[in-house]
Write a new protein. Structure first.
Length: 128
């Protein structure tokens, strides 16, 4: 659950849960196959926090994913591919240390997991 502060679009609460059932999500990547750095948070990559990450370090430490590949392609188009130009499909399963929180709208998820574990969850690459 994400709550916004009235009058601001900043997160004031994030409900993180341990993944307890299979989940299919999509992640923008720079290449195919996805490299470990494609599955690291901005925090792990030692990048400065942006936007809500500046207010909530927990989001800075998460990897952004979406429920549909279409959402990824929309973001790739909006950023002219600056953040990546491939979309990895991940089949996440319980008992692998992955945690999730629905953040930034109905189709956006923040995901916490070891990069190698996330990389091993890549099952395919979506096309536009």
């Amino acid at each position: 659950m994400v709550r916004s502060v009235p009058g601001r679009s900043l997160i004031d609460q994030v409900a993180v849960r341990v993944l307890d059932s299979n989940m299919r999500l999509y992640r923008i990547c720079r290449g195919e196959p996805a490299e470990l750095d494609d599955l690291r948070s901005h925090y792990e990559l030692d990048l400065a926090p942006r936007g809500v990450e500046d207010r909530a370090t927990v989001i800075h430490m998460a990897v952004s994913m979406f429920e549909t590949a279409a959402r990824c392609w929309e973001l790739i188009d909006r950023t002219n591919g600056r953040i990546g130009d491939r979309v990895a499909e991940l089949a996440l399963v319980p008992d692998r240390g992955v945690c999730v929180a629905n953040t930034g709208g109905p189709a956006h998820w923040s995901v916490w997991g070891r990069p190698a574990e996330l990389q091993s969850a890549v099952v395919d690459y979506a096309t536009p």
